[in-house]
Unconditional design. Sequence first.
Length: 254
Amino acid sequence: MSEVLVRAPTSRFDALDALRGGAMVWMTVFHFCFDLNHFGYLRQNFYQDPFWTWQRAAIVSLFLLCAGMGQAVAVAQQQSWPRFWRRWVQIAGCAVLVSAGSYWMYPNSYIYFGVLHGMALMLLIARLSASWGRWLWPLGALALAAPWVALQALDTLRLAELFNQKGLNWLGLITRRPVTEDYVPVLPWLGVMWWGMALGTALLQARPAVLTKTLGRVGRGLAWLGRWSLSYYMLHQPVMLGILMVVGAVVKRQ
């Protein structure tokens, strides 16, 4: 890959943006089904049915993998800390809005450490660990395994309840899942972001064509969507909920 292409701070990689856009489409379908369930049009258990819980895990994994790859690209392009902080403040600010909005809709299970909260903290960790190179692969594996190790160790040490409390359960070292509509703790999810960063670095060094390949019409559409991921994430649920509320009101009048 051209050194100019890698280091240019405004260069975009359509393949990576399209992958993120694909995750957003999947997320939209998932959330629309969740909203239909919320309004009583479906009868599904989104909290325990593996059909839905595994989809959620896959969608979050895809988002964090893309975020890690994006950080690898940013580091290769020598992105400045001020530029990083500008984006980080946007993500953190949106996380606060998500908490406020979810508290309004679900006061007993509002989102206090969901995907945006987790991403804000994990992006900072990823940025600080960007120079660790190939160590990110084994570190990612350790992060993925940590909650399952903790499940046994914390019970033995009688520390489980301490880490289950809201003040510490954002770490992910829990033996009981908290009651919240979205929960993306640092562990194990940091492992996915670290693997994304390691994968992005490896592709930039050995297979840059994977990221710079020419996309078709659908791919270009997904890439466009992927470039507006944060804005789309914040707007898609209010729009869908609003549409379903209007539909529900019309149906009741008939």
